[in-house]
Design a protein around this ligand. Structure first.
Ligand code: FO1
Length: 305
């Protein structure tokens, strides 16, 4: 079993690549971006992973469902309701069913299973925790809930620090711990290290589980030639006082990491990362097409499985 730790859009691409190799895969997904909107429980990263795996993702936006219509959103706007977060009509059904499951007393893991079964997804998609954990970002305007910072404020405010509300009281699910224990390879997807992978790693017990895992643990760089493919990774690392470099990312994971995948554009950093006692592979990590996604997944499996 391959286990992939993933955030939203970028991570979901590699999870899709893994699914195309037909190796049995479990993905553990960040849920600290979750929030309540229009009374519904939205899990943006679970949504992105589910839509990528069921081939429903909108290829331009990267999030949400393709061939979407926006009638509900227009009607909400007509009522002068909150319309800064764009929920399309097809996407809305996901949040309605998820919220209904949760209101009936199901866990987020059970609700996710129900959605994934209906979408005929073969990958086992697991929320990192069934407890509610919420990312907040400290900016010059004060602490902002993550989606306010990310969507409403378009990632414009400077990031001074980040916190994950309720994380100390949370725990990983038994499904997550079992997956890590029985994995034959664990992959950290090229997701934002600050707000996508860090919440997964900071759930109490997660780093210990990774250190104890018998499988090799490898991370894919979220940076290519000094830039993130999408999202505010560079700005966040800099705002927190780190150098925005794959070396920073590899160092963060060093206590449990065995290997690192570096984009070929960053070849010059290979020795520096090898000096962290990591086995480094350089390859194309930009995943534009399904072919790229599968190719990256296959090279990782070839090197470490
Ligand atoms: N991202 C946006 O930039 N604007 C949106 O209006 C938006 C709506 C949205 C609805 C459902 C969903 O699952 C995701 C959505 N996203 C939107 C993406 C998402 O909020 C972020 O990409 C992640 O939270 C960061 O990983």
């Amino acid at each position: 079993m391959i286990v992939a730790l993933s955030g939203g859009v970028g991570g979901a691409k590699l999870v899709r690549g893994l699914s195309l190799t037909e190796q049995p895969t479990t993905t553990i997904v960040n849920t600290a971006d979750d929030f309540t909107h229009w009374g519904l429980h939205i899990s943006p990263d679970l949504d992105s992973v589910m839509y990528a795996l069921s081939d429903l993702s909108d290829p331009v936006r990267g999030w949400g469902v393709r061939e979407e219509s926006w009638n509900a959103l227009k009607m909400v706007e007509h009522y002068q309701g909150e319309h800064w977060f764009q929920l399309g009509d097809r996407d809305l059904a996901t949040h309605l069913i998820r919220t209904q499951c949760l209101n009936e007393g199901q866990t987020l893991t059970q609700a996710t299973k129900r959605l994934c079964n209906a979408l005929e997804i073969q990958v086992n998609v697991l929320p990192m925790s069934d407890d509610l954990i919420q990312t907040q970002v400290e900016t010059p305007q004060g602490w902002l809930d993550f989606q306010i910072y990310f969507v409403k404020e378009c990632c414009q405010p400077e990031v001074k620090s980040v916190r994950f509300q309720n994380i100390e009281q949370s725990k990983p699910t038994q499904d997550v711990l079992n997956a890590i224990e029985s994995a034959s390879l664990i992959i950290l997807c090229p997701s934002n290290p600050v707000v996508s992978l860090d919440p997964i790693l900071r759930v109490p017990g997660m780093e210990m589980a990774l250190q104890a895992a018998s499988a090799p643990v490898v991370a894919v760089s979220p940076l290519i030639g000094g830039r993130a493919v999408k999202g505010p990774t560079v700005e966040m690392l800099k705002g927190l006082g780190f150098e925005s470099s794959p070396v920073t990312v590899a160092s963060r994971y060093q206590s449990f990491l065995n290997g690192f995948v570096l984009d070929e554009q960053d070849q010059q950093l290979k020795t520096e990362i090898e000096n962290l006692n990591l086995e480094v592979m350089t390859t194309n990590t930009l995943m534009s097409s399904d072919e790229d996604k599968k190719q990256l997944a296959e090279s990782i499996l070839k090197a470490w499985l």
